[in-house]
Design a protein around this ligand. Structure first.
Ligand code: ZN
Length: 264
């Protein structure tokens, strides 16, 4: 028994040594042979490659962000230059700024989160955004701009209003944007259902915040005389998918008096 056991152990130990030597030689030779082209990557190589891919990706993303910032800074500088020219009465600068602000409103409306826009109820009819007798002092369309002094498309109607008159939501919606711009002055954009938006210009102050839900008749702000404005009034626009339309086509009909004045 003892001899047979000893023999078995010697045999086993020899077998183990032989296996270790063969395996060691195999791994060693293969590791040397295949290192440059091995399709099997060690975790370290894989990690290093992932790191490289990630660094390339972040470098690209950084370059894109830097390019966007450069374009935005150039646009801001152009606008600042135009705003300075406007101070000295430069009319082409006023027209450029007017187009710029129109584009801004379009991009705000078109860039609204579709999930938010889809929740808004369809607009059946808009109501007038001011209370009491209404007078359209300047209609929608081509006109001689009172400040720019040139033919400039009027993207809305001007409604007569005393300074600080309450502006009321013409339909349910969401206050999308408030800003102080050179042409529009204190400006508010409200989004309603089905891509309809209303825009209010030259406000004295706002009574709503961006992304606040508004219901028809709710106070939005107060009329003023900010921006390109020759006296207190409300500049009111109705836009479809960002593009200005004639507000009178959306509003209830009003009586027209002899001098073109209209009252409710
Ligand atoms: Zn106007």
């Amino acid at each position: 028994m003892t001899i047979r056991k000893t023999v078995r152990y010697i045999f086993l130990a020899t077998a183990v040594i032989v296996v270790v030597i063969i395996a060691g030689g195999f791994i060693h030779s293969h590791a040397e042979e295949n290192l440059p082209t091995s399709p099997i990557q060690s975790p370290d190589v894989w990690q290093a490659r992932q790191q490289l891919v990630w660094e390339e990706f972040t470098a690209l993303a950084r370059a894109q962000v830097a390019e966007q910032e450069r374009v935005q800074q150039a646009a801001d500088a152009e606008e600042a230059a135009d705003v300075a020219l406007i101070q000295s009465g430069d009319q082409p600068a006023m027209l450029r700024e007017s187009d710029r602000e129109d584009q801004l409103i379009r991009s705000i409306i078109q860039g609204c989160d579709p999930a938010v826009a889809m929740q808004l109820p369809a607009v059946v009819e808009l109501s007038w955004p001011l209370s009491g007798p209404m007078k359209v002092t300047s209609p929608y369309g081509e006109r001689l701009h009172p400040i720019i002094g040139e033919e400039a498309f009027h993207r809305g109607v001007d409604l007569r209003a005393r300074y600080g008159s309450p502006i009321l939501a013409p339909a349910d919606g969401i206050a999308l944007y408030t800003a102080t711009k050179t042409e529009y002055g204190n400006m508010l954009v409200v989004l309603h259902g089905e891509g309809i938006a209303t825009v209010y210009g030259h406000l004295w102050k706002f009574a709503v915040h961006p992304y606040e839900r508004v219901t028809k008749g709710q106070l939005l702000g107060y009329t003023g005389n900010t921006g390109f404005s020759t006296g207190p009034h409300l500049h009111f626009e109705v836009r479809q998918d960002g593009v200005a339309t004639n507000p009178l086509e959306w509003l209830p009909p009003i009586e027209t008096t002899g001098e073109g004045a209209v009252s409710q």
